[in-house]
Design a protein around this ligand. Structure first.
Ligand code: SF4
Length: 339
């Protein structure tokens, strides 16, 4: 059968494509065989709740008139309730509700202006069976001059002034999928950030061709075992392989702005507020890390620990002081196999 050979070629979603392009070592699995299916998860984090509320608001057509503006924040509350989340008690919950209230009218105007048609599709999953690419578009608006693609962002990833490369690659992949599946290249691509509003992503046609070619090459390399680790602060920050990725731990102390420290835990003191001050003996000296929220670190004394997304204090010259660190809500601690 003609399709047999292609069944062994892994499918690439925008997220997998990004990871392959930035650090092939970070990719441990890619689906092969028939078309992958989007997993529906009942996420409980604030970003997911906001995302679901936005989708329901669009799907139900509440965005079509100013009367529905208040409905967006109400949907956020009802999604949170369904999933057992008290938004008043979780980080960023109240702030996200306020952003939804404030942004609803602007988003309605954006949708009306860009689409110009009284319809919008949400969560549209598209497949390119030849290139083995797939992805799920947040919002697809029809318009006389061509489709409009809008990705909804509630977190900080789209809050920077410039749209990060990872989001540009994601949108370019959507553009390639829409061209293949709907027969027309999108006339407009962009994100709507709850924090920063609307941002367009340009689509230079030559770069789309280059991207698709690069994806083929890097996927073929990955399949043949070429899975080089490329540690950078930006890409390692939330990587799932981070706790055990030795190439990253070899590199982190050399970064100008390191956000990870490791060593053998010699002391852990927990204050009445539940925060722990941990003292790992690192390869270059001792390092106090304050404000760690992980509980039970006292049981890890003598073990090798790795703390990520922690910040070194700065000396008078603004240089990182690697003997004093502070954790925050994003930080994580792992006890790993002995070194
Ligand atoms: S931690 Fe960094 S180097 Fe290691 S796999 Fe992840 S992105 Fe790559």
């Amino acid at each position: 059968m003609a399709g047999d050979a292609t069944q062994d070629v892994p499918w690439l979603s925008p997220a997998a494509a990004n990871r392959l392009l930035t650090c092939p070592y970070s990719v441990t699995y890619l689906p092969t065989g028939g078309r992958p299916v989007l997993k529906q998860t009942a996420g409980r984090d604030v970003g997911t709740l906001a995302h679901v509320a936005l989708q329901r608001w669009i799907e139900t057509g509440s965005w079509r008139s100013a009367v529905g503006d208040g409905e967006l924040a109400r949907l956020f509350s009802s999604v949170a309730e369904e999933r057992g989340v008290d938004v008043a008690k979780v980080a960023d919950g109240r702030m996200t509700a306020a952003r939804l209230r404030r942004r609803a009218s602007e988003l309605r105007e954006v949708l009306c202006e860009l689409g110009g048609e009284p319809s919008a599709e949400c969560e549209v999953t598209l497949y390119d069976d030849d290139r083995r690419l797939w992805g799920t578009v947040d919002v697809l608006l029809p318009s006389r001059r061509g489709p409009v693609v809008l990705d909804l962002k509630s977190g900080g990833d789209a809050a920077a002034t410039a749209v990060p490369d990872s989001i540009a690659v994601q949108l370019w992949m959507y553009a390639a999928l829409i061209e293949r599946c709907r027969g027309a290249r999108p006339r407009w691509l962009g994100v709507y950030s709850l924090r920063r509003g609307l941002k367009q992503v340009a689509l230079p046609s030559d770069r789309l061709t280059t991207l698709l070619h690069s994806l083929n090459e890097v996927r073929a390399g990955w399949l043949s075992g070429d899975r080089t680790a490329i540690p950078t602060r930006e890409h390692c920050r939330y990587c799932r392989r981070r706790p055990d990725c030795q190439p990253h731990w070899n590199a982190v102390s050399q970064w100008s702005d390191p956000d990870g420290v490791e060593g053998r835990l010699v002391e852990a003191t927990t204050a009445q507020n539940g925060r722990t001050a941990a003292l790992p003996a690192t390869p270059t000296g001792s390092a106090w890390v304050s404000d760690v929220s992980t509980r039970g670190m006292g049981g890890w004394i003598g073990r090798w620990v790795r703390l990520v997304r922690v910040n070194p204090r700065r000396d008078q010259d603004g240089e990182p002081d690697l003997s004093r660190w502070r954790a925050n809500e994003q930080s994580a601690v792992y006890a790993v196999e002995d070194r």
